[in-house]
Write a protein of this length. Structure first.
Lengths: 485, 184
């Protein structure tokens, strides 16, 4: 790594580092003060900052210092096709000279990176040549923490991963736990989960519409998106007690029954949001400026999307009808009517319209669920898995013991290994649980769709303008809590 | 000349009060979202809670134009130096709200990856509890900060001084550098 590269690489200061043409490569992260600097102490301070914030080889390096495979990946080549081939666009100029280009840094503190994503881009003028996403700025050690928590406590942990759709995280963890326990849920629990999961999809896509609109300069879309999202969140607050990170879906069912009058609340949400999606049509879909900014930007083919393991709206925007609710139904998705939305060109506009139409499809599902909600228990009546009702604790010694055991030791889960996947608003959200027979998972791994989708970014950005980079990253919809976990 | 000779209206007051009044009503936050709390911070900026009632809707992307850093979310060991750099780039006077339990104490993530309280890195003025704090909690924290600005000193605050002294001993050769308490 050269000295004069990546000076002040972090903290939202897009620093243009001229590629090292003259300076010899020195020790990484220990450059001396710049010659002729007025204050030598300032140079030392800058050097210390660079040393502290430098991520070494994780950053985008100059071309001579980059291994060939890495270079091709940064250039947007897809290297891992199933046949062992390489999808390598012919116009990649690997031999390009460095003194014509500039490496700039974006993030981790940047308003349009959707959290703490850091992108390093190599530019020729305004054209993006290479991209490298640097992740880990929100690494929380959740998978390790998950090994320290019982299955009852585990939902508290996983709900904080993808913080735009916490209920989906809880759902996949609970489905995995229940698969290990091999228990059958009462139908009402299943349908409540479906209702909450679809409401969560609506709120998550609304949030995406808001931030995507803001990234493209449509501030009114941001206000409108949040306005509708608040309606969903206030229903969540009524039903679960919290706006976000609900910890509502738990192993064995859900934490509480739906509140009185929930049908009315849900119908109001459906009616209002559905009507307003047509307002968005006027505001964005039919608007020439928005079309210009999104059509033909960030193109992805179905072949590339499959090779990069992209899922969710990104894969569907290329025309592949892959939706786990349809292809591998879980809960009761095989009993409701809905369409899988696909795009054609795989560009920013298709990703936008897939999400907009998915809001409408989710509302369609929510209405069916509200109509057909079965009566009965909202969780299994197995006292080894779910706690007894609060009122029983005062009457029954056994109930008190069960309550105490569930919330201290938890329940023991048979030995085994399971992988369960659901369709979260961002794609295939999977949970791999390994149990060693105790009340805590031996290993918990989450397949975060944002994490996998993020590897399409170098391909999407290559050859585009730097001004469109923000729009493309936004259309991928990464949630850094899920990427870094 | 006595005041009674003046032909126009006038007000009397102290410079401190005027400065505090002005500062209190235009605290511009930096867009510094980290995790879940950042979403609630954005909700506060949106229509339902409308932070512009407090003169704070101008979230500045550049820390050099911001007065307030709302540390919204868990701070990982990798993010800590970046956070300190953003704080250093902000102009005085500057304030910090630690939003949520993760930023305040590490919260439920008592592990290798998360800084156990952002006050190890920057001086914090107001702590907002909750996981995540509801928009009302954040608004309360903001109003508490306003009250603090209204009643506090207008010169350099002692808290900022103390933090610099606290960190200076750890890196003797570089007085201004700051090291995270739990080294990587």
């Amino acid at each position: 790594m050269s000295d004069d590269l990546f000076v002040s690489a972090a903290a939202g200061k897009p620093t243009a580092g001229k590629p090292a043409a003259t300076g010899p490569a020195g020790k990484p992260g220990a450059p001396g003060p710049a010659p002729g600097a007025p204050d030598p102490a300032a140079g030392i301070r800058t050097a210390a900052r660079v040393a502290e914030t430098s991520e070494g080889a994780q950053e985008l390096l100059v071309r001579p210092a980059t291994p060939p495979g890495e270079l091709r990946r940064e250039l947007g080549a897809v290297l891992r096709l199933p046949e062992g081939g390489v999808l390598d666009p012919g116009d990649i100029d690997v031999e390009r000279r460095d003194d014509e280009t500039m490496i700039i840094n974006m993030g981790p503190q940047h308003p349009s990176t959707h959290g703490v994503l850091r992108l390093m881009l190599e530019l020729d003028g305004e054209t993006v040549l290479r991209t490298k996403p640097v992740i880990g700025y929100l690494h929380t050690g959740m998978e390790k923490t998950g090994e320290e928590l019982t299955y009852v406590q585990g939902t508290t942990n996983v709900t904080r991963m993808d913080y735009l759709s916490p209920l989906n995280n809880e759902l996949v963890f609970c489905l995995a736990t229940e698969a290990l326990l091999d228990i059958e849920l009462p139908p009402r629990a299943v349908w409540i989960r479906m209702l909450m999961s679809e409401l969560q999809r609506v709120s998550s896509h609304l949030m995406w519409m808001a931030t995507n609109g803001m990234d493209l300069g449509s501030t009114s879309m941001m206000i409108y998106g949040f306005r509708e999202r608040e309606m969903v969140l206030s229903f969540f607050e009524k039903a679960t007690g919290l706006r976000m990170n609900n910890n509502y879906i738990r192993p064995g069912g859900v934490a509480a029954d739906l509140p009185d009058g929930w049908e009315d609340d849900v119908e109001v949400i459906c009616e209002t949001v559905l009507a307003r999606t047509y307002e968005y049509d006027e505001l964005l879909t039919g608007q020439p400026i928005f079309r210009e900014r999104t059509e033909g930007i960030g193109n992805l083919t179905a072949e590339e999307a499959l090779a990069l393991s992209a899922t969710g709206p990104i894969l569907r925007s290329t025309g592949v009808p892959w939706d786990l609710r349809r292809t591998m139904p879980y809960l009761a998705y095989d009993q409701v009517d809905f369409d899988v939305i696909v795009g054609t060109y795989g560009d920013n506009f298709d990703r936008y319209s897939v999400r907009l139409n998915e809001i409408r499809e989710s509302i369609r599902i929510i209405r069916q669920v509200a109509e057909r909600m079965p009566p009965g228990d909202y969780r299994v009546q197995d006292r080894k898995v779910t706690p007894p009702p609060r009122a029983r604790i005062d009457e029954s010694m056994e109930a008190l013991i069960h309550h105490f055991k569930v919330f201290t030791e938890g329940f023991r889960v048979p030995e085994g290994e399971v992988y369960v996947a659901i369709e979260s608003p961002r794609g295939e959200l999977g949970c791999e649980l390994v149990s060693d027979g105790t009340s805590k998972p031996y290993r918990m791994h989450i397949r975060g769709p944002s994490f996998v989708n993020l590897q399409t970014v170098p391909l999407l950005l290559r050859g585009g303008l730097i001004a469109d980079a923000v729009a493309v990253v936004s259309s991928v919809d990464p949630v850094m809590g899920e990427v870094d976990r | 000349m006595g005041l009674e000779d003046l032909q126009h209206n006038f007000l009397t007051g102290r410079v401190e009060d005027l400065v505090r009044w002005a500062r209190r009503h235009s605290v511009w936050p930096a867009t510094f979202g980290l995790a879940c709390c950042a979403i609630e911070m954005m909700s506060v900026g949106a229509a339902d809670y409308d932070i512009s009632r407090l003169g704070m809707e101008v979230f500045r992307a550049s820390p050099r134009q911001a007065d307030l850093m709302i540390v919204a979310g868990r701070v990982s060991q990798k993010m800590a130096p970046v956070l300190r750099q953003v704080y250093d780039q902000m102009m005085e006077p500057k304030w910090v709200i630690s939003m949520g339990v993760c930023a305040s104490t590490g919260g439920m993530f008592n592990n290798y990856a998360i800084v156990q309280g952002v006050d190890q890195i920057v001086p914090v003025d107001v702590y907002a509890p909750g996981c995540p704090p509801s928009p009302e909690t954040l608004l309360h924290a903001i109003l508490t900060l306003h009250e603090k600005i209204r009643t506090g000193a207008i010169t350099r605050r002692p808290a900022a001084r103390a933090a610099a002294e606290q960190t200076s001993g750890w890196v003797p050769e570089l007085p201004d550098a700051v090291r995270v308490a739990t080294p990587r």
